[in-house]
Ligand binder design. Structure first.
Ligand SMILES: O=C(O)/C=C/C(=O)CC(=O)CC(=O)O
Ligand SMILES: [Ca+2]
Ligand SMILES: [Mg+2]
Length: 421
């Protein structure tokens, strides 16, 4: 039996008492943005709970003003003791046999808001965003397409989690429209390069770790301490213009083919909520260098799905199903590697996992792989796709399956609009 809340939680909800993900919302009526926690179809207003003096534990008792902020950065910077205390307090306040909130009608009305009536915002101010390349299947497929099967996965890939620095300014919250970027593509023959709207618009199925307490410049984080620096995970769509990327990315890596937009889901699911879904990570051969060797090499069993709803279609079509557990390099290894040179991370920084492809043809994490760079096409409910078309709405879903409950991420969605003329 799952935990029981006095708030009605539908059976298939992503947000039961076991989850309690954190986000930032704006209530209807123009009140300022503030942190909240999802419970069923409701948002618990943490500013209201803090103002009522209900965060009264040893860590948050004198510091609950972190919940009066318009981002979670301050709370994230306080670290695991504060996160654990907040989670336990909220779990107790929402449970069926705890009268404090349950029997206080005026506080309940103030603090529990229907999710359908609030606007979700970016949960953190993202100072820096890094995107990794940590699925073996994704690396192998891209490499096979671009370099042939003999040189598909380069030697360095097996020894370090490869990444590029992404663009934090264009990270947007789920529901934000994305404008098809214009840019340069490969020249054909003796012509100048193509310039115009990207003709190869893609999604990338990713998740991202949101950093809690950072590290001081010059002080790397050990791989076994790395998980304590990570608050939780969100779904992430690293929208990619494959034609722009292919022409620009040698030798310095992705630039304008990626930096026009990256969408994240609004609710950060904490590593504490994901703990029951820990599973072994893929065996690493060759063994990683000592600074990347973790005493527990584990992932989380998170089911992931992507669907596309073309303009005018009533229903979305599922185009792929994958799982977070396929990541070869774990988020702890990514964070340890990121800081090994002394680079400092700060609260709210975002580390994308890289496209999460699985081993099977129907578990590939982007259209580049699913259509083998437009050599094949997907069938969607009577129409076909090689790459995305204007009006396509792309939605990611992610959830962990408990005995009779889900710990879910909700959705990460965005609609592709035509490029500017
Ligand atoms: O292997 C290559 O040369 C290219 C790889 C990619 O294009 C993958 C990519 O877009 C990186 C990412 O996952 O963001
Ligand atoms: Ca990516
Ligand atoms: Mg991007």
């Amino acid at each position: 039996m799952g935990l029981k809340s006095f708030v009605d939680v539908p059976r298939d909800s992503h947000f039961p008492l076991e989850n309690l993900p954190f986000g930032v919302f704006r209530p209807a009526g123009g009140e300022p943005a503030r942190p909240g926690v999802a419970i069923g179809d409701y948002v618990l207003d943490l500013a209201a709970i803090a103002s009522a003096g209900l965060f009264d534990g040893p860590v948050l008792g004198n510091h609950s003003q972190c919940f009066l902020e318009s981002s979670l950065n301050l709370f994230l910077g306080m670290g695991r003791p504060a996160w654990k205390e907040a989670r336990l307090t909220i779990q107790r306040l929402l449970s069926a046999d705890e009268p404090t909130l349950r029997d206080n009608a005026s506080l309940r009305k103030k603090a529990l808001l229907p999710m359908s009536e609030v606007e979700m915002l970016l949960p953190v101010v993202i100072g820096d965003y890094t995107d990794f390349f940590s699925s073996y299947y994704h690396a192998k497929n891209c490499g096979t397409m671009f370099r042939g099967p003999e040189n598909a996965v380069s030697q360095n890939w097996y020894h370090l989690p490869i990444a590029y620095h992404g663009r934090a300014s264009s990270v947007v919250i789920s529901g934000t429209d994305v404008i098809r970027p214009r840019g340069q593509g490969h020249p054909v023959g003796n012509s100048p390069p193509y310039f115009g709207p990207s003709q190869k618009m893609d999604f990338e199925l990713e998740m991202a770790a949101i950093v809690g307490p950072g590290n001081e410049l010059g002080r790397p984080v050990g791989v076994d301490e790395a998980a304590d620096r990570i608050f939780g995970l969100v779904l992430m769509n690293d929208w990619s213009a494959r034609d722009i990327q292919a022409w620009e990315y040698v030798p310095l890596g992705p630039f304008l083919g990626k930096s026009f937009a990256t969408t994240i889901s609004p609710w950060i699911v904490t590593l504490d909520a994901l703990e029951p879904f820990v599973c072994p990570a893929p065996k690493q051969d060759p063994p990683p260098l000592p600074y990347l060797a973790e005493s527990k090499h584990t992932n989380y069993d998170i089911h992931l799905e992507v669907c596309i709803k073309p303009a005018g279609h009533e229903h979305p079509s599922i185009v792929t199903k994958s799982n977070f557990k396929h990541l070869y390099w774990t988020i702890s290894q990514q964070l340890a590697h990121h800081t090994i040179n002394g680079c400092n991370l700060r609260p709210g920084d975002m580390l994308g996992t890289g496209t999460i492809s699985g081993p099977d043809p129907d578990s590939l994490g982007c259209l580049l792989e699913l259509t083998w760079n437009a050599q094949n096409q997907l069938t969607l409910n009577g129409t076909t796709r090689k790459y995305l078309e204007d009006g396509d709405e792309v939605t990611f879903t992610g959830y962990c399956k408990g005995n009779d409950y889900n710990v879910g991420f909700g959705t990460c969605t965005g609609k592709l609009l035509p490029s500017i003329p």
